[in-house]
Design a protein around this ligand. Sequence first.
Ligand code: MTE
Ligand code: HPA
Ligand code: MOS
Length: 755
Amino acid sequence: MKNIDSKNHLRGESIYLDDIPILAGTLFGVAFDSPVAHGEIKKLDLTAAIQSEGVVRIFTAKDIPGENQIGGIIPDEPLIADHEVHFCGMPVAFVVAESDELARMAIRKIKVEISPLPVITDPREAQKKGHLIVQPRTFKIGEPENAFKDCVHVFEGKADSNGQEHLYIETQGAYTLPMENGAIKIYSSTQGPTAVQRACSKVLGLPMHMLEVDVTRLGGGFGGKEDQANTWAALCALATYHLKRPVKYSLHRMEDMRMTGKRHPYSSDYKIGLDKDLKILAYEATFYQNAGAAADLSPAVMERTLFHCTNSYFIPNVKATAYSCRTNLPPNTAFRGFGGPQGMFVIESAIAHAADELGINASEIQKRNLIRNGDEFPYGQIAVSEANECWEKAEKIFDLQKMRNEVAQFNSKNQLYKKGIALMPVAFGISFTKTLMNQARALVHVYTDGSVNVSTGAVEMGQGVNTKILQVAAQIFSIDPSMIRVNSTNTFRIANTSPSAASATADLNGRATQIACEAILNRLKEVAAMELNTTVDSISVNNQCVFVKGEKSSLDWRQLIMAAYLRRVSLSEHGHYATPEISFDAKKEKGHPFAYHVYGSAIITVTIDCLRGTYEFDSVNVVHDFGASMNVIIDRGQVEGGIVQGIGWMTMEEVIYDKDGRLRSNALSTYKVPDVYSVPKEINIDFLQTNVDNLAIFRSKAVGEPPLMYGIGAFFALREAMKAFNPNAKSTFESPMTPERVLMTLHSDELIINN
Ligand code: MTE
Ligand code: HPA
Ligand code: MOS
């Protein structure tokens, strides 16, 4: 089935925040944000700005009736800076005017005096000074200290990965409307409607039932709107609270890039030990996460780094420690993979380091150590593994040997162009790592004409979750998809939603939908049995008709619904789902946190132009474990998109803050994301469909995040190509491997660097 939104997207008819018709009397807000990364506010002069044309009011921290606090996990983030600023981009005031142009004009007239305090942008420096967001955590299995003594080969090093701008096409924003009796309706471009509701409730001091958050769809979120949509919603709600008028704030691209956090940069140390047969016996890693100025989701992201520190490998002795380091950057946040990619980059670097030193191909170590059924992850969960199956199938169907031969042949014939090849296995755990978040609800109504309305906590952000929800209802009821509508996500219809994140949205909300639909269907079967004078067991509904013992009856779907209504049988149901079998003991750092894992293996090839440092990815060939894909078109799109986004993170996207904490890559002219010219020439995806039972919806495994990590292979393919040009190149494990860095690396042994 095609994505139900595809036609609307194509025609430009999909409704995003900016497409909501503006009510008469609407005002427009714009945040005035700190130009300084750290300092004390000495004076805030709003006089000229208040007198500026069209300005209605300027809000500061003093206007907050509730708590000036939007921190979700830890209360360490004021909505509006009060006496101190902690990062460039921190809101200091909120100007509300008759138009957004007038509000932006007024912003320029605000004068702020900030006496500067020391700025820290480096996580290791922050850690040394003790600026931590939370206590460090350590995951451990076996006896790594002793195991290193048994290793024939031990290598140590450092691996750093940089941040990544989400670059959702729709920027952040909110539109708030005053309702009866002080209630406020909030349209928000958020992945977490309840997070917005909670933040606004805290800031305004209003009970949550006064705040209706409604989300039609997002023009992309990628994690950037899991927590960070709260700010704009709370600012608008604050203005609506005081002015009793609708208020809208839709960020300009440069405001969005400057004020919001990104993927966490990490600096990490590793130590890897192997035996003579290339078995990894021991692994140690220390992660320094650059959290930015407030916790946001950093502790949870840090936790997932630890969960995925051994990627797809079984290592019997592991010790991994992570520090969440407070710096003066905008609070970094969720980004596809949620800390997992950062952890995987380090183990892949360690393996590549070992392979370099041993003069072998990294894939020999990778393959030798893939996790098998029954092996234990460092956090105690036992693997139900498809890792070997994916790897071996990829080797076979894409003819790895032939690919290698072609690369070698090309390299022997070409001097200035070189090819490289790398493999990237992935194992990604599905479930929120916080067990309690793995719950969802669905509200299903069947109307008397037989049409169906489904509401869930799922937010459609381009990943196709609404299509999957619709498929669930269509399949359970066995009716045509055109009979079903999936509603906007609304906190008055569905309460206490977990954010649409962790790739688990379709699993959680799809299961809740399934539960609700099955409950209605069971009642309908009872009605049919009465209508047709038979037993419930002999009734089935198929293709909009009622069957008795497999024989088509005279009763169709519409008649059945009407019969139920006439008998006063409920045609509505609220379904609740909580993932079974999962738990985690954070004291012991052991448990069974994931409903299941998604596995896969990618083979990536690249050609570099060694004169210019530029490169093109020739192919990405993947065997990916889908369980039993319920929507091949959508799932293929997710894998392709994830791969390209992962390659972007590892290669061309370069977030640059200067030492004063100011974002230099602050526009699309200075921040390069993959475009149609930089996607791999070929992406081939083999759907590994397995028969193993799993907890996914209809056994169709979650697909949103795992494919991003295939992109890590791009970094290592580039290294291989560089080695082919210059075996003495001094290549470090620092991403992104931009064309500039490729060029410098290719000639690194000739460069004399004067500092
Ligand atoms: N795909 C599109 N088109 N847009 C997005 O914003 N977000 C990604 C992924 N794929 C995203 C996307 C992220 S970060 C996650 S966690 C999942 O989708 C969330 O949706 P799911 O749980 O339905 O997979
Ligand atoms: N993944 C994504 N988002 C989250 C998680 C997670 O594990 N935990 C809290 N938010
Ligand atoms: Mo995705 S980073 O879990 O929103």
